[in-house]
Design a protein around this ligand. Structure first.
Ligand SMILES: Cc1cc2nc3c(=O)[nH]c(=O)nc-3n(C[C@H](O)[C@H](O)[C@H](O)COP(=O)(O)OP(=O)(O)OC[C@H]3O[C@@H](n4cnc5c(N)ncnc54)[C@H](O)[C@@H]3O)c2cc1C
Length: 500
């Protein structure tokens, strides 16, 4: 028999696919041969379908060979030891917390095993110590609901559906950041399963180097199976969502610019400015999430926002759980997030909105589907955030290199029709590139890229600065000497992918 090179190449490609699938099946079989047997789910099962279907963005719902759903740290440890040893060390696996990353392969894997931590989702509160112990499969809504019974809370996600695990490993911007720093700054202890299966506690007294590295260093060291967080007394806030006509845009930018500089004077306030287009109503509008973390209505720091005529308002005194149930974004869409950080400069803010409006016009004429949303969000990132981080022992984000107030842009597009994937990715990436180039042209750029909002074509770990990059590299090497979390767990932002 004679094969042309093309046919031979096709055959080799098909064979290597089969070989990989077989290898992945060996990994699942190895798990089934342990006490984890009943926790392994295959594509035809309800547990598997529910797990995959519950990733927030549809474009990340890859189909692993099997999903493993451990219930305890010991089971996570057994899973890691088994997968590291099985099939000659060739098993590939993913680690999933809440599954909110918007790019495919961060917390899921097409050909391998996904360790889905969803069943480990409880929160317990030690009143005496003032510590909430949160398991990695929890969503912030359930955490707040549990803690509300004790009239305490923790700084966490501003949408109740968001997962705890990835959020805390990437930093975590919350309604309370001006008051207590990033969410990760408030973690007092991590329980971690290392690559060799040992379960350790990382805190200020034990494995203090790993404790610090986990504050922003993401999934480079092991699997976190518990987060112990210091609580905040009182979970009542004044806040809500206020919508406005698009014609008021400049007033919001001026108010936001001033607000960022004023945060220094009032640490209870928080603002998310959302410029949002909804195709189903063909509406281009502005929404502000205004939150005040003590229950005081209309504090003066919001005066420039509250002076703008609104079209609707839900501002009220309530608790954190209730507010984070309100700020939801529909799941079941295909999504892209891209982000950048800038000096708090009004011209860059204006440019952000100009580009947003132009992208809407481009999408209007080009989409295949008719159901999509285009959000551009502006959020304060003042020096004050970092001052709190430093007070609490520091983290990996490297923001202490900057001494100016910053703001952050998140471009967040969602659409239903897969045929629009290329379009929305092009628009989002193009919008960000144009904005960054503009900021550079007027000297208002900043190199920080927030990992929790970053797309897979961005390099957030590098943006932490060379000193922190080398620190993360050395701690990853110390706690995972064979590089399991770099090679066998390929998902997420990996320190080995950052240039030396
Ligand atoms: C609707 C929505 C609202 C959001 N709101 C906010 C907000 O208010 N503030 C903010 O800062 N961010 C916010 N984000 C971004 C959010 O912080 C990230 O998406 C974050 O990754 C969510 O955590 P997760 O557990 O769901 O992530 P996953 O996608 O499950 O995981 C993210 C990464 O962490 C790794 N990982 C997960 N669990 C573990 C573990 N236990 N041990 C080791 N590695 C692990 C994964 O392998 C993956 O690489 C929001 C995102 C969405 C979609």
């Amino acid at each position: 028999m004679h094969f042309t090179p093309a046919v031979a190449a096709l055959c080799i490609g098909a064979l290597s696919k089969v070989a990989h699938a077989t290898s992945s099946q060996n990994c699942c079989t190895a798990l089934e041969a342990t006490a984890l047997k009943s926790q392994v789910a295959y594509p035809n099962s309800a547990a598997y379908k529910e797990s995959i279907g519950s990733y927030w963005a549809e474009n990340v719902q890859l189909e692993p060979t099997c999903v493993l759903q451990p219930r305890t740290a010991k089971e996570v440890s057994l899973a890691v030891s088994t997968l590291v040893a099985a099939d000659g060390g060739s098993c590939k696996f993913a680690v999933r917390g809440g599954g909110h990353t918007t790019w495919a392969g961060a917390s899921n894997i097409a050909d391998g095993v996904t360790i889905d931590l969803s069943l480990m989702d409880t929160t317990t509160y030690d009143e005496k110590a003032g510590i909430a112990s949160i398991l990695p499969g929890a969503r912030w809504g359930s955490v707040y609901k549990t803690l509300a019974k004790y009239d305490v809370t923790v700084p966490g996600g501003r949408s109740g559906v968001v997962g705890v695990a990835g959020f805390l490993l990437g930093g975590g911007n919350t309604f309370h950041t001006s008051r207590v720093g990033f969410a990760c700054d408030n973690v007092e202890n991590y329980e971690v399963v290392l690559a060799d299966g040992t379960i350790i506690e990382a805190n200020r007294d034990s494995h203090a180097d790993l404790f610090k590295a986990l504050k922003g260093g993401s999934g480079n060291f092991g699997i976190v199976t518990k987060y112990d967080m210091k609580v905040i007394e009182g979970d009542k806030l004044w806040g809500g969502l206020v919508t406005y006509d698009n014609s008021t845009s400049l007033k919001h930018l001026e108010a936001g610019h001033e607000f960022i500089n004023n945060l220094e004077k009032d640490h209870d306030a928080s603002w998310i400015g959302m410029w949002e287009y909804l195709s189903v109503t063909d509406q281009n509008m502005i929404a502000n999430a205004l939150e005040y973390t003590t229950p005081v209505a209309y504090p003066p720091i919001f005066d420039s926002f509250t002076a703008i005529a609104n079209t609707s308002s839900t501002m009220r005194l309530t608790n954190l759980w209730n507010l984070t149930e309100e700020i939801t974004q529909a799941n079941g869409y295909r999504d892209v997030f891209v982000t950048a950080t800038f000096v708090n400069n009004l011209d860059v803010m204006k440019k952000t909105v100009d580009i947003h409006n132009r992208m809407i016009e481009e999408a209007r004429g080009s989409t295949k589907g008719d159901d999509y949303t285009m959000f551009t969000m502006i959020q304060p990132w003042p020096k004050l955030f970092t001052d709190h981080s430093i007070e609490k022992g520091g983290n990996m984000l490297g923001l202490d290199r900057f001494d100016e107030n910053l703001f952050q842009v998140l471009i967040d597009y969602s659409w239903k029709n897969e045929a629009d994937d290329a379009l929305f990715n092009r628009l989002a990436n193009g919008a960000l590139e144009e904005l960054v180039n503009y900021s550079k042209s007027i000297g208002a750029d900043n190199e920080f890229i927030y990992l929790n909002y970053a797309n897979n074509n961005q390099d957030p770990l590098s943006s932490y600065g060379s000193e922190n990059v080398e620190y993360i590299r050395s701690i990853a090497k110390k706690y995972d000497q064979t590089g399991v979390f770099q090679t066998q767990v390929p998902g997420g932002f990996k320190i080995s992918a950052v240039g030396q």
